[in-house]
Design a binder for this molecule. Structure first.
Ligand SMILES: Cc1ncc(C[n+]2csc(CCOP(=O)(O)OP(=O)(O)O)c2C)c(N)n1
Ligand SMILES: [Mg+2]
Length: 551
């Protein structure tokens, strides 16, 4: 077997079914080995999209997604996707080509030190220098990518090593990994803290959304019956139990959900990852935080938990619930705030202004999506509105990136979600800025014959930055642009396209797009004047109220 065949057989051994990417001439032996394998090669139209797709595979399944590119320029196009997976804790394996390392027949042509470039963007980056090391290097790559805290790993396979015939070696079989559960003493201490709390609150963070965790986490919340809120990336982590949901912390302070947060004397932060924009700010005067996680908390200015429960989160929570169930008379002390908080959030959700408000758009999207439908967001102003206002009932049904918060990942992540879930409705929601950063992947979606709807929100601007500019008191300047006719643009790719032209037009447009099947782009204008009215003026006023109440 040559190096390429060894790597492909090692990938098959890991259960890899598809590889995303754009090959170059340095990968041709690998491509040939893939042709003879069961693994499907899915071409994308930009390497960045391949990385976003592979990372999303890891995020949704817990098993690393794999992407493949050529050397230099192609490999460098993976860097944003690598950072997306690193900050977002998504397991991914990136394989890139390189010129031969045993001789240098093309001198320095296209040669970039990709291993060095990838080192700060990955958990591990290595060059393969001999076919004989491939089985172990691939197994190690998957082990490292998958292990908590998950993330991206990079392997560089030079073209001469790919071609070199090595010994016939069997791949190394993967085995199940069990993590240690939190020790008894830590469980007792955590239970004591919670039993003593007068106004406890649970917060679900990014790691709470790990696919394997949702059952145990949902059981925990239902058993202890402490109200919960989530961070943006912790949204939907609890299935059911929604009568205890008290909001999502899309902002760091002053939002309605902070009325509860500010009054809590103990926050049980499950799976919080400080890569997320802070869901609340810890300070000298509180609150007390118990950090429950796979790994200890990173200490930050705004997050320095006073107590920790570290270990495999699911089984640890089960043991914790055994110590708490039916013993928490004050569990629901903060629950009376729930109705008021959620009523504020639902405000104006059915207003018939045109262009529609963000609240109305979130409301209409929720109507079009069944409970298990998956919404994948790009990055823009609407993300805050979806994080605050979109109710989730099933784990990983609102995929957003509050870690790298990159533009351009909405469509690729939705393509991956649609590939993995052909029977569920999948919707990408993008701004007119972010959509254009990877809009070429419409062709990939059409080629894959996916059922996928893409909602493009049109304000002819980098709306989020325009909003920040206004909030900071700068004059409105330099953030607007022209847009193509998005419906026609979609049709040019062989997709379908439609445009929302009235206040009541979005819900039926989405419904028709899903019913029609295939890839369908719906473009809708959005009225962002609500950004200032709600997220600045109203919250400033209510923030003052919260502060007064806290005193
Ligand atoms: C790759 C990348 N470039 C720039 C930014 C900074 N940024 C964050 S949101 C945003 C504007 C997004 O515009 P659009 O996609 O149209 O969404 P809108 O806010 O207008 O709804 C920008 C430029 C970013 N997060 N990622
Ligand atoms: Mg925009």
């Amino acid at each position: 077997m040559n190096g390429a065949q060894l790597i492909v057989s090692a990938l098959e051994n890991e259960g890899v079914q598809q590889i995303f990417g754009v090959p170059g001439e340095e990968n041709l032996d690998v491509v040939e080995a893939l042709r003879r394998s069961k693994i499907k090669l899915v071409l994308t139209r930009h390497e960045q999209a391949a990385a976003f797709m592979a990372a999303t595979h890891g995020r949704l399944t817990g098993k690393p997604g794999v992407c493949l590119t050529t050397l230099g320029p192609g490999a460098l196009n993976l860097t944003t996707g690598a950072a997306y997976a690193l900050l977002g804790a998504m397991p991914m394996v990136m394989i890139t080509g390189q010129k031969g390392i045993l001789s240098r027949k093309q001198a320095g042509f296209q040669v970039v030190d990709i291993v060095s470039a990838m080192t700060p963007l990955t958990k591990m980056a290595n060059q393969i220098v001999s076919p004989a090391t491939i089985p172990t290097m691939v197994r190690e790559a998957f082990r490292v990518a998958q292990q908590e805290r998950p993330g991206p790993v990079h392997l560089e396979l030079p073209e001469d090593i790919a071609r070199e015939v090595g010994p016939d070696m069997s791949p190394i079989p993967p085995h199940p990994i069990d993590q240690p559960v939190a020790p008894r003493a830590a469980l007792d201490r955590a239970a004591e803290l919670i039993l003593g709390a007068k106004r406890p609150l649970i917060m679900l963070g990014a790691a709470a959304s790990r696919p394997r965790l949702s059952d145990a986490l949902s059981d925990f919340v239902r058993r202890v019956r402490v109200p919960f809120f989530n961070t943006q990336m912790g949204k939907g982590a609890v299935t059911g139990g929604s009568d205890l949901y008290i909001g999502t912390a899309a902002l760091s302070a002053r939002d309605y959900v902070h009325r509860a947060i500010d009054r809590a004397d103990l926050i049980i932060a499950i799976g919080h990852d400080t890569v997320e924009k802070p869901p609340f700010l810890m300070g000298a005067s509180g609150p007390t935080v118990l950090h429950v996680g796979y790994l200890p908390a990173t200490v930050e200015e705004v997050y320095f938990p006073q107590a920790e429960l570290i270990g495999d989160v699911g089984p640890s929570l089960t043991l914790l619930a055994d110590r708490l169930e039916h013993r928490l008379p004050r569990a629901q002390a903060l629950l009376p705030l729930r109705e008021d908080i959620l009523a504020h959030i639902a405000d104006r959700a059915e207003e018939s202004r045109f262009p529609p408000t963000p609240q109305r758009i979130v409301h209409d999207v929720r109507q079009a999506m069944p409970e298990d439908g998956i919404v994948c967001l790009d990055n823009g102003m609407y993300k805050i509105w979806f994080a605050r206002n979109y109710r989730t009932h099933v784990a990983n049904t609102l995929l957003l990136d509050n870690a790298l918060a990159t533009m351009g990942a909405g469509l690729p992540s939705a393509i991956m979600a649609a590939c993995l879930n052909p029977d569920r409705r999948v919707l990408a929601v993008c701004g007119d800025g972010g959509f254009m950063m990877n809009s070429q992947e419409l062709e990939t979606a059409v080629r894959l014959k996916l059922n996928l709807v893409v909602l493009v929100l049109v304000d002819h601007a980098y709306g989020m930055i325009r909003w920040k500019q206004a909030v900071d008191g700068f004059p409105d300047f330099g953030m607007t642009f022209g847009d193509p006719d998005f419906a026609a643009y979609a049709r040019a790719y062989g997709a379908k396209g439609s445009r929302v032209e009235s206040a009541d037009g979005l819900a039926p447009a989405l419904e028709a797009a899903f019913m029609g099947g295939g890839v369908h782009l719906v473009s809708a204008p959005i009225d962002y004047s609500e950004n200032e009215r709600v997220l600045v003026d109203e919250l400033r006023a209510q923030g003052a109220t919260t502060a007064a109440n806290a005193e």
